[in-house]
Structures are given as C-alpha cells and as structure tokens.
Ligand binder design. Structure first.
Ligand SMILES: Cc1cc2nc3c(=O)[nH]c(=O)nc-3n(C[C@H](O)[C@H](O)[C@H](O)COP(=O)(O)O)c2cc1C
Length: 362
C-alpha cells in the first residue's frame, strides 16, 4: 500500500509503500539490509554482482524468509556466474532486476515475460535511451556525485535530460539522503529516489563498525573523489592511504599488483586458472572499457572487501558517494525511511502553501 502524496509510478510498479529505493552495493546490500529496507516500506536490491557460484539462491531465500515485501536483485553480465544468477532471478520471480553493464534484449525479454521489472542504472542520457530500446521499464539515473562506478554528469543535469529523453518512469540517484531531496526529485518529475551511501550508513548495514565510523567522520565532499586507478573505470572513493598508493602506481607495478589480486580473488571464489582466464576474456571483449579495465578489475573486490568487511580503513578501499560527507549518524532503515517520507511530505505541503520559506529578517 502506498502513502497519500507519495504514491508514484514507481510504488505502483514495484509494489512498495514509499518511492525510496535502496540500491545494490557489493558487500553491503546483503539479505539483512534488503529485508530491513523492504520491511520499512522501501524497495531493496540485493547485491549479487559480487556473489560467487552457489551464493545467490540462498541469499534470495534468506531475504524471502525475512520479509513478505517485494525486493530486487542486482547483477552484471561479466561476473563469472551471470547465467546462474539469471536463472535464480527467474526461478524466484523477484520483483525487479537492476544492472549497469547489462543483459541483452533476449534476456531482458525473459525477465519481462516473468513479470520482473527491468531497472538499469545509467550515467548518461544516451545510455538511458539505449536501455529503454533494449526493454527497460524503469530507468535509474546516477549523477556524478553518486558512489561506486559513476559518470561525470551531476544529478541536477542528468535527471531532467533523461526525463526528457525517455517515456518510462525515472528514479533519481546520486547524492540523496533526506526528504528535501525526495521532494525535489518528485518536483523534477522523477518517480522516486534511490540511495546507496545513505543505506550503507544505517544500523542495518553489515559494514565493519570501524569503517562506518570512518565514513561518518569524512565531513568534506571534496575528499570523496573519482579515480580510474582501481579498475580502469571512473569510481568514487573516500581518499585514504590505499587510494593514493594506487594512484601513484605505474605500468608494470600496476600489472603485477592486479595479477596478485586476481589470483587471490579467484582462489577465494574457488575458481581455477581456466575459469579466471575465461572471465577476463569475456569482459575484455564485451565491454568498451577494454584491456586496462580487464587487467585492473581484480583490484576492486580484494581491496573493497578489506575496507568494508575487514574494517581496514587504511589499506582497504572505501567506495562512497559524496553524500557521506553530510551524514553524521547511523539510523535504522525503518527510522530513516519514515523520516525521509515525513520530511518530503512536509516540503511538498509547504510548496502548496507558500510563505513558509526562509526570509532575511535582519
Ligand atoms: C560501497 C558501494 C558499492 C556499490 N556496489 C554496486 C554494485 O555492486 N552494483 C551496482 O550496480 N552499483 C553499485 N554501487 C552504486 C550504488 O548502487 C548506487 O547507484 C550509488 O551509491 C548511488 O549514489 P549515492 O551513493 O550518492 O546514493 C555501489 C555503491 C557503493 C557506495
């Protein structure tokens, strides 16, 4: 059931109470976070892109055991077990899938036939148009200020561009954390907001407590910056010792470090050398990021796991949206979602009753 004033095309399509999405985040959006979001009336996406063989089915079942509400699964086509993830999604008929570097039209067609909403995230208007041509029925835009892999166009420019370019509901992501942001996105014409970093910084987050404390003390959006040094693609991290070290690495040293990470990551996922090479070959040929991204990609899981799971905030990586700099406390998902919905209603009411904005009375 949706809430008067906050019912949108998104709540109707996904079947959630509030137009508030918790996006997928590797090592963060686990069954506990997804269920906490969904039980609070938001819509949670399980992060399956970083899950190994045999992990996705049990994770979906764990969410189902913890909530009766609708939820989604995120994956990408270049993970080694993409075929397995697709079959699990279809078998469990989750409410929605999200993806970036995504599946082809035939796979999207299979999802849609099963009644699964296809909701890719894009960082440029031309990618939104292409995604809709391939069959997407909702688009999430992620402005440059967002966490994880990110484009260069800020939310304030990308959102109206995409709203003009496509005829499906659009969800705004990148920099959102409160009800003012939700009200603004709805005023723009979006059907809701999606947040990553804000959900990472909740009491339901599985991230190591030392790492959460490090995120909360960031304070300055400028130190949460984009680099291509980790996996060859632009991605946003909190500045730390490890990020500076990777930025300074050159040529052969970079290659050797990546191969070392590839080896330990592949081994931890139970992969043999043949499967590691096959995965590298697949992503190198299917993605325009090319050779550099393929060679450097193994840096990401090893170092992010160290930062988020092991709590090593100096030698691990800390992926984050710039919004972490304006968040100063953890909240349970339930309190967060109710607060955002309440603040948004207040702002929307105020717009209908002008005269409540701040004035210079000096
Ligand atoms: C720690 C972290 C991990 C992420 N992992 C993924 C992922 O596995 N798949 C994905 O599509 N996006 C991933 N993202 C991007 C988020 O899903 C989301 O689009 C982004 O965080 C939105 O911007 P915000 O952080 O300003 O809310 C990640 C972001 C963060 C901060």
């Amino acid at each position: 059931m949706s809430v008067p004033g906050l019912e949108t095309a998104l709540t109707r399509t996904l079947g959630c109470r509030y137009p508030i999405v918790q996006t997928a985040m590797g090592w963060v959006a686990d069954p506990g976070l997804v269920a906490a979001t969904t039980n609070a009336g938001g819509f949670g996406f399980l992060a399956a892109a970083t899950m190994g063989e045999g992990e996705v089915g049990p994770a979906i079942e764990a969410v189902k055991a913890a909530t009766d509400g609708p939820f989604g699964v995120n994956f990408h086509m270049f993970q080694p077990n993409a075929d397995e993830v697709i079959e699990e999604i279809l078998k469990h008929r989750v409410a929605a899938v999200s993806y970036g570097r995504g599946p082809d039209a035939a796979t999207i067609g299979r999802f849609r036939e099963a009644g699964i909403t296809c909701m890719p995230t894009v960082g440029a208007a031309k990618h939104a148009v292409k995604a809709v041509q391939l069959g997407a029925n909702v688009i999430t835009i992620q402005g440059a200020e967002g966490g994880g892999h990110t484009g260069s166009v800020p939310t304030s420019l990308l959102l109206p561009q995409v709203l003009d370019a496509v005829d499906v509901p659009v969800v705004a992501a990148g920099g959102f954390h409160d009800g003012r942001g939700l009200a603004a996105a709805l005023a723009w014409g979006a059907s809701g907001i999606a947040m990553g970093t804000r959900f990472l910084l909740t009491e339901d987050s599985p991230v190591h407590r030392d790492t959460l404390a490090r995120y909360l003390e960031t304070g300055d959006p400028a130190v949460i910056r984009v680099t291509k040094s980790v996996d060859g693609l632009p991605q946003r991290f909190i500045e730390n010792e490890e990020l500076r070290r990777l930025d300074e690495m050159r040529g052969l040293t970079r290659l050797i470090a990546s191969l070392r990470h590839a080896h330990s990551w592949g081994r931890s996922k139970g992969m043999g050398y043949g499967q590691m090479l096959k995965t590298a070959w697949k992503s190198m040929h299917a993605d325009d990021a090319g050779f550099a991204a393929t060679v450097m990609a193994p840096n990401l899981p090893t170092l992010v796991e160290k930062g988020l799971v092991a709590g090593d905030t100096r030698h691990g990586l800390l992926p984050s949206g710039q919004v972490a700099a304006v968040i100063d406390r953890l909240e349970p998902c339930s309190a967060l979602i109710e607060r955002i919905a309440g603040e948004a209603r207040e702002r929307l009411d105020a717009l209908c009753h002008p005269g409540t904005e701040k004035e210079d009375t000096a």
